[in-house]
Design a protein around this ligand. Structure first.
Ligand SMILES: [Zn+2]
Length: 480
């Protein structure tokens, strides 16, 4: 009689901790890994042959804006196809709850398209996600900018009053109690630019009490990046929270090479408090279209435009020439819109990615018409291009930066390792062929070499298509 539901046989296990590959069979019962034993020693009702493949924990995409995309598109093909089994949503100050209004401000629309997906409380929002039966898991941060829009009645171009700060803090506290995993801020963006360090630190206070995380899209990732790091570290310290600096970069040619300043600063600060950062493996970023970002970019592509829908994927310079106007003027005519900004140095990206404190997050923007290729390509690109081809770090270390390290930093318990007792979130891939295929020209194509992806024991992706498994869930703080 078979002892287990499923055995993954003949594979090389990268268990997520960074330890060297080892040959083992992995047994699953229900939603859990129940045994990791010598090859040939286990029997199961179903067998998955992983000969020539690596059996790794499912990847955790620590930086996403998939908050409501996961409700509208529960198969999550752009992530499951990369081996991702958990997305951390609610980054950069943007989330879908808790929010008592029914309008969707411009910045929030990056992650929320439909009013019906907004929710007054985190509990209500989480039940919408669970009801959608997604193929993969979601963990959710509360966005500080969303709290501002709500508490300040959209009047966000100023500092919050003590009464408004108290209201935001209480909303955050309740959301954390209901299972949100932390708070994100986006002081770089207009809705939060006027917020002072004191405001954010005061709002963030409940984080420490709940053991929750503070993630920051910092106020400045260019000239004043060191000042912004100080501000972020101070907020985390005052809130008693573990910090994750989002998509660490030194933006603009004038700042190329400044990882030689930021990385040692991170290393020092990491000795004093819990700090990590995430990185995506590209020299271009992407967000809403902003005139004040254009001057520091080598090239700008339009990712979507509501006023001129036909221009998605095209170079802003060409669009302006065609319109017969200046680039600034073209920028105005395209609004509201999104863009892809080429503004980083490849060497900087590589040194950030290989720093001891870094983990992988895509920062993909799921609703864009012509998205940045990171949405479909991030994880296979790190494995295939950076680890295998460029040998930036060993495969086992690449996997660690996508799994156990990420799970620890975001407090996702019993995830991120191939270990008996842990959840059966698993990615089986071919180390010789794994690679991203999404490019800046054709950004929505699935990666190669991802064989089978299991989430809570159910097949989320197999043989280049969704596997039918719909066992993803909301990973609630303290109850995972
Ligand atoms: Zn951001």
């Amino acid at each position: 009689m078979a002892a287990y539901d499923t055995i993954i046989r003949n594979g090389q296990v990268a268990d997520g901790t960074g330890k060297p590959l080892f040959a083992a069979d992995v047994a699953l019962n229900g939603d859990r890994i129940v045994a990791v034993e010598a090859p040939g020693s286990l029997n199961g009702d179903n067998e998955i042959d992983a000969k020539g493949k690596v059996v790794a924990p499912g990847f955790i995409d620590v930086h996403t804006h998939d908050d409501t995309y996961i409700i509208e598109h529960p198969l999550m093909e752009m992530k499951a196809s990369q081996g991702v089994t958990t997305v951390v949503c609610g980054n950069c100050g943007i989330s879908a709850s808790p929010y008592g209004r029914s309008d969707i401000p411009h910045l929030i629309s990056l992650a929320v398209k439909k009013t019906e997906n907004l929710a007054k409380t985190f509990a209500e929002f989480a039940s919408k996600v669970d009801a959608a039966k997604p193929a993969i898991n979601g963990a959710f941060l509360v966005g500080h900018s969303l709290l501002r829009f709500d508490a300040m009645n959209l009047d966000v171009g100023r500092e919050a009053t003590p009464v408004e700060i108290k209201a935001m803090r209480e909303q955050l506290d309740l959301a954390l109690e209901q299972g949100a995993i932390g708070m994100s801020s986006g002081l770089f963006y207009p809705p939060a630019m006027a917020a002072t360090t004191d405001e954010v630190a005061e709002v963030a206070k409940p984080l420490g009490k709940w053991g929750a995380v503070y993630t920051a899209h910092m106020r400045d990732e260019s000239e004043d990046i060191l000042g912004s790091m100080n501000e972020t570290f101070e907020i985390g310290r005052r809130a008693g929270a573990s910090i994750v600096v989002s998509h660490h970069k030194c933006a603009g040619r004038a700042n190329f090479g400044r990882m030689s300043e930021t990385l040692p600063k991170f290393t020092d600060a990491m000795k004093q408090q819990e700090i990590a950062f995430d990185v995506y493996p590209y020299v271009a970023g992407s967000t809403i279209l902003r005139k004040d970002m254009l001057w520091r970019c080598d090239k700008v592509l339009i990712s979507w435009s509501d006023s001129v829908p036909g221009v998605s994927g095209r170079d802003l310079t060409d669009i302006a020439a065609e319109m017969g106007c200046s680039i600034d003027e073209a920028c105005d005519r395209l609004q509201p819109a999104g863009a892809i900004y080429f503004m980083m140095d490849e060497k900087d990206v590589q040194s950030a990615m290989s720093h001891a404190g870094s983990m992988i997050g895509s920062d993909g923007i799921p609703f864009d018409t012509h998205p940045h290729p990171r949405l479909w390509g991030t994880f296979p690109r790190v494995l295939g291009h950076y680890s295998r081809d460029l040998k930036l770090f060993p495969l086992e270390d690449a996997v660690r930066r996508m799994t156990s390290y990420s799970a620890k930093r975001f407090r996702l318990s019993e995830r991120g390792e191939i270990k008996a007792g842990f959840y059966a979130d698993i990615c089986i891939f071919d180390p010789a062929t794994v690679i991203d295929t999404a490019t800046f020209d054709t950004p929505m194509t699935p990666a190669k070499g991802i064989d089978t992806v299991l989430c809570n024991g159910a097949v989320a992706w197999r043989d280049g298509k969704p596997g039918g498994g719909r066992s993803g869930r909301v990973l609630r703080r303290g109850a995972m």
